[in-house]
Design a protein around this ligand. Structure first.
Ligand code: M6P
Ligand code: ZN
Length: 177
């Protein structure tokens, strides 16, 4: 049976993304205290590291905007927790809207890769690859993520074993080690 479309098409740009954020139903704030054990050094508990604005899922697609703050814990750049998808068949797409970042990815059998993002660049994260974003710039790093409704977030695997690669500042520049 055909149902009447409920939504209008949307365009999201580097300039108008705050309008998308204003329409989001979910907002999650991650502070240093939520990320104990993720960085090599202990982050300030009260410092906001990143925020995620989640829109209502439309059909099979979910979308979210992440605002990752600039800064470092010791020599390590601010980053998201990172996760695998619970559904092994679900990938994800990250569109960079603002700033400079790196998406660190890895598989359960230990393969790693990274993609550098600037506005206009898109990271295609295949199914089976855990993903974490790192802000290596001096301003907010903003990205739009699109992922399947049934992807699910598996944080436990990362909490247990971490990511193989880290991004630190060396001689004033970001370096993946
Ligand atoms: C993107 C998406 C979200 C995710 C967010 C923050 O917006 O992948 O699903 O929640 O980044 O990443 P994390 O959940 O790893 O903290
Ligand atoms: Zn994901």
């Amino acid at each position: 049976m055909m149902t009447k479309p409920k939504y209008w098409p949307t365009v999201i740009t580097s300039d108008n993304y705050p309008e998308f954020m204003a329409r989001c139903s979910g907002r999650m704030v991650r502070k240093g205290q939520d990320m104990a054990g993720y960085f090599l050094e202990k982050p300030n508990p009260e410092t906001v590291i990143y925020e995620v604005y989640e829109a209502e899922c439309i059909g099979n697609n979910c979308s979210a905007i992440t605002i990752l703050k600039p800064g470092k814990v010791g020599k390590e750049y601010y980053m998201t927790k990172g996760h695998f998808h619970e559904d092994d068949e679900s990938g994800e797409t990250y569109f960079c809207l603002k700033g400079r970042g790196i998406v660190i990815m890895q598989t359960r059998d230990g393969r790693t890769d990274e993609v550098w993002l600037v506005p206009g660049t898109v990271a295609c994260i295949p199914p089976g690859w855990a993903h974490r974003t790192v802000n290596v710039g001096k301003e907010d790093f903003v990205m739009l993520a699109i992922f399947p409704v049934n992807a699910g977030h598996d944080y436990k695997s990362i909490e247990k074993s971490g990511f193989i690669k880290r991004v630190i500042e060396k001689n004033g520049k970001p370096q993946v080690i």
